[in-house]
Every structure is written in C-alpha cells, then in structure tokens.
Ligand binder design. Sequence first.
Ligand SMILES: [Zn+2]
Length: 260
Amino acid sequence: MPELPEVELYCRYFARYALHQRVARVRVLDERILGVRKPVLMRALVGREFTRVRRHGKHLFADTGSSWLHIHFGMSGDLASYRDDVAQPRFARVIFDFEGGGRLAYDDMRLFGVVDVTPDPDTFITEHRLGPDPLDAAFRLDVFRRIVARRRGAVKSLLLSQDIIAGMGNLYVDETLYRASIHPRRAVDKLFAAEVKAIFTGMRNILKEAIAFKSRGGDYPGRYLVQHRQEGDRCPLCDGTIQRTVVFGRTTYFCGTHQR
Ligand SMILES: [Zn+2]
C-alpha cells in the first residue's frame, strides 16, 4: 500500500515525466477510478500543462493554472511513464497523452484510488479535514505540541488520525513510537514534553529516511522495527522481545522492554 514516502516518490516521478508538457488527450479506461464526471476531468486537463506538483499526506496535486489534478493512490495505485503502447501497464485506469508522444498512466489493480480535479489543494485539505503534513516546513514542534495538548486517548490512535496528521500509516506510526521508546497505548495527556519532542523528531526523521532509502531502491536497515514485525522476535535496539497487540483496530508491534 503506498504510504507517504511512496507518494513523495510518485510526486517526484510526476515532476520528472509530466511537468511542462501539454496534455493532448486524457483516456479514461475505467470510470470507477474517477471522483469527478469524465467530461469535467477532460475539460480541466486537455490542452493544459502541469506547472507544479505538490504532496499533502498521501495526496498528490498537480497545478494546471486553473485547477489541480488530484490523485489518491488507494491500496495499489502507481504511475508509469512510457512512449510505446506495448509498455502500457496492465491496470492502467487513466492515461495522459502528452504532445510529443510521452504518456503517463495511472495504474491501479484494486481500484481504491481516486483521480479527480479540485479548485485548489488548500480548499481540498480543509474540506477533507486533513491535518498538517508531517514533512511540511510549517509543521514545527510547537504546532505539534498544540495539537497534542488538546487530545486524550492512546498515542497510536492520535498519530493515525488523519485530521491530526495527514499521511501517517500503521507501519510508520509503529516505527515512530519504537524509535521514541513510547508504548503505543500510552495516554497522550500523560506524555512528558521530551516524549512529545521525541515523537515529533522521530516521525519526521523516519519519513525522510524512508524517502531516501526508497529513492535509492533500497530497503530499511535491520535496526528498523519494520524488519522485526513478528511476535517473539528480538529487538535490535535493546535485546527485548517484540510483542503484537491491536490498537485502534490496527495490528501493532512494539518492544515490550524499551517502549514505556
Ligand atoms: Zn527494545
């Protein structure tokens, strides 16, 4: 499932292969992927150029000058740039044909993604009640402290709530709490100031590191929890035991020794 780091890489891919080219044609191969009527999508995009791309959480937005293309990658969304039709991905749902012969396909086997247009990303973010993006420059520790200060309940539930922070998925929340040495069920209103800071910096560092690993085609190092998501596994940080539980309806792994 595409998480925030994957969507960041899709944004870079989109920037590389789709910016500053005129859209000659938009082909919708499966209308179930659209969040808007097909003629509206066509009118918004055909004859225009994408001038910039922006990510918020797991959402991609591309500016056409008058409105923005919006893509959410759902469970299995992907982008593919190609020129020759034999390279068209098997589950291409929408294809952008550019003047000059390049094509960009939005491919999605399971159809949980969405392709549509929106007047502007900020309105979209407000209307969908999305919290700040964790890597946004404006998302600083004091902003996070203010968000946390008003909340109760388990820290894991807070970090998974999209209206609190946009784009943190199950794996990355577990990884963040693992690195911050905080038990996923800890009550948010009982966290010390240093722990809130550890969550904030841990979350941002892990996402940035994941983007860097993935952009090089690599995998997470062995010290990451994601490499030990199995009950009874050894914790590489403290030699404790990895435990499994369910928090907020989500399968959760944590170290029973160093996460308090
Ligand atoms: Zn441990």
